[in-house]
Design a protein around this ligand. Structure first.
Ligand code: ADP
Length: 410
């Protein structure tokens, strides 16, 4: 039951049952929809005919309705094939395999007959006792459960593969679309700009304004395309995941935001920062986006930003992991970027991580709404999660986890 390697389970079962019952042969016979079947596993003592792999299309088996009976839970024990009250054709069939006595139990997968677990005695007739019958039946039940689980796993694996394939396709689509849109757009922008420069004084005020709008629209489209390209490259252009000092990540993010930080007079503090497994460039991008947002969406009071880092394992109990979709498993670092800015209404807590979703007009807060979507994709590439905890007017805390050791490589 602990293994999902179904072949191995079936093989071990016939081997062990053969030893346990001291039978001459134990087989697993898989029954097909038309009533025929195949011997898919066999453990047989030397000297007796090997039937493994044999397809058995026995008209007798089909005609006498045995399949239906097994489906209804029939268990059959024959003490002596030569003396047994069985159809001639069945007796002949068993004798052709050298069988003197047998024990047969159905293997059901949910309500369907999957096959039969069969013990053969070839040397002599054999009186089977109730313990042996019970044992075989219980084993057949366990096999049924294992087969059902393996089927589920197979479906899930197929589903996951399908999802991965369609994700890759979507990424490819986003890349091609954004990449190929750039060229014609560049043309639109440059001809519009040429028009603006060359005919500036020959056009009336309205025309000039229209051109300005058009240039502005084209520029915005350019930046959306660039964002889409960045987004599609998170997985395809990711660098290897390596050991990296979070202090270095923090310093880089701060350096990249130097002017914005100075201009906003933000006070940024942080906990002791650990070493994690990450793609340094991408992790810097996450931190930079989160700190950049904390600055952009600041409120009236002097801006304070804190970068927290706790090892989830050590503080599991005391940790207030707010609204995390999953309990934080051990061996992760939980980082937080908190601010005392404008905050977010809880109903938007998930939406803001969706590509191009934002809660404000461009005039008040510039941006395209890609930042958090990229953060989410990066964190997920590392096998972590990201979420926000916030109340309007009371600041926001963005949380993200990074596994301590091995990150998910893609
Ligand atoms: P952008 O900053 O370009 O709008 P993001 O994806 O980074 O794109 O953010 C999406 C939206 O989430 C923002 O438009 C804003 O409404 C909200 N948001 C992000 N960070 C914060 C924050 N620290 N405080 C308040 N709102 C935020």
């Amino acid at each position: 039951r602990e293994s999902l390697e179904i072949e191995e389970i079936l093989q071990t079962t016939v081997k062990e049952v053969q030893k346990l019952l001291e039978a001459d042969r134990v087989v697993m016979f898989q029954v097909w929809a038309d009533g025929s079947g195949t011997v898919v596993q066999e453990a047989v003592l030397p000297g007796w005919p090997v039937v493994l792999g044999q397809d058995i299309l026995d008209p007798c088996f089909q005609e006498q309705g045995y399949v239906e009976q097994y489906r209804l839970g029939r268990v059959a024990a024959i003490v002596d094939v030569e003396q047994a009250d069985i159809k001639d054709c069945y007796g002949e069939f068993l004798q052709s395999l050298g069988v003197k006595a047998n024990l047969v139990v159905p293997i059901m997968v949910r309500e369907n007959l999957w096959g039969l677990l069969i013990a053969h005695q070839c040397a002599t007739p054999r009186q089977w006792n109730s313990f042996e019958l019970d044992l075989l039946q219980q084993i057949a039940n366990q096999i049924g459960i294992a087969l059902a689980q393996a089927k589920l796993l197979e479906q899930e694996t197929r589903h996951t593969q399908e999802l991965a394939r369609s994700n890759a396709e979507l990424e490819q689509f986003a890349y091609v679309a954004s990449h190929d849109l750039q060229e014609p757009l560049r043309m639109v922008t440059s001809y519009l700009q040429l028009l603006e420069r060359k005919y500036k004084h020959q056009l009336d005020a309205n025309a000039e304004q229209f051109i300005t709008y058009a240039v502005d629209g084209a520029r915005r489209m350019q930046s959306l395309i660039n964002d889409l390209l960045d987004y599609s490259r998170v997985t395809s252009r990711g660098q290897p995941i390596v050991e990296v000092d979070f202090n270095m990540i923090f310093e880089r993010a701060i350096a990249n935001l130097k002017f914005t930080i100075e201009e906003s007079s933000a006070i940024i503090t942080h906990d002791l920062l650990p070493i994690v497994m990450a793609d340094p460039t991408q992790l810097t991008q996450v931190l930079q986006n989160l700190i950049g947002n904390a600055i952009k969406f600041r409120g009236e009071s002097p801006l304070k930003i804190h970068l927290g880092a706790v090892k989830a394992e050590q503080t599991q109990e005391q940790l207030p992991i707010p609204h995390s979709p999953l309990p934080t498993p051990p061996n992760e670092w939980l980082f937080s970027v908190s601010d005392n800015g404008i905050g977010i209404e809880s109903q938007y807590a998930e939406r803001i991580f969706v590509i191009f979703q934002r809660l404000h007009g461009r005039s008040k807060y510039p941006g395209t709404g890609i930042g958090l979507a990229i953060c989410k994709k990066i964190i997920e590439r590392h096998g972590g999660r990201i979420w926000v905890e916030s109340k309007p007017g009371q600041g926001s805390t963005f949380y993200f986890t990074i596994p301590e050791k091995v990150g998910k490589q893609s």
